[in-house]
Write a new protein. Structure first.
Length: 123
């Protein structure tokens, strides 16, 4: 099987036809993985709610870059295994201060390559 390669522009060419992703969509999808392989679903939270999260040895969660008083902006995904936190954001930027602060005793690994076009609504 040959893998089809496309540019980001080609991938996002039809983004206007896709619906926005809301926290309820993410919760509905991710809650079914709670407890799988001993991972705890930590929820879908806004950045100012990260500090309230209970830290587990193995967990996964989604963080929005907005405060809870705002409408939401950009989602990032995090997976924690032991003392390592994996942070994935489609813009390839470092984790929020709130994430780094709350998980300060963990080694944080993040992607530094964008896989989303700047200004795109798909994240």
């Amino acid at each position: 099987m040959k893998i089809k390669t496309r540019t980001l522009e080609q991938i996002f060419a039809e983004e206007r036809t896709l619906k926005a992703t809301y926290n309820t969509d993410l919760i509905e999808y991710l809650k079914k993985y709670d407890g799988k392989k001993s991972y705890t679903f930590g929820g879908v939270v806004m950045k100012d709610e990260v500090k309230k999260m209970e830290i587990k040895k193995k967990m996964f969660f989604i963080v929005n870059y907005d405060k809870s008083s705002k409408g939401g902006s950009h989602w990032v995904a995090c997976v924690k295994k032991g003392d390592i936190l994996y942070h994935f954001g489609s813009y390839g930027i470092p984790p929020l201060t709130e994430i780094k602060g709350h998980f300060s005793t963990n080694h944080i690994h993040y992607n530094d390559r964008a896989v989303q076009l700047d200004g795109s609504a798909i994240c």
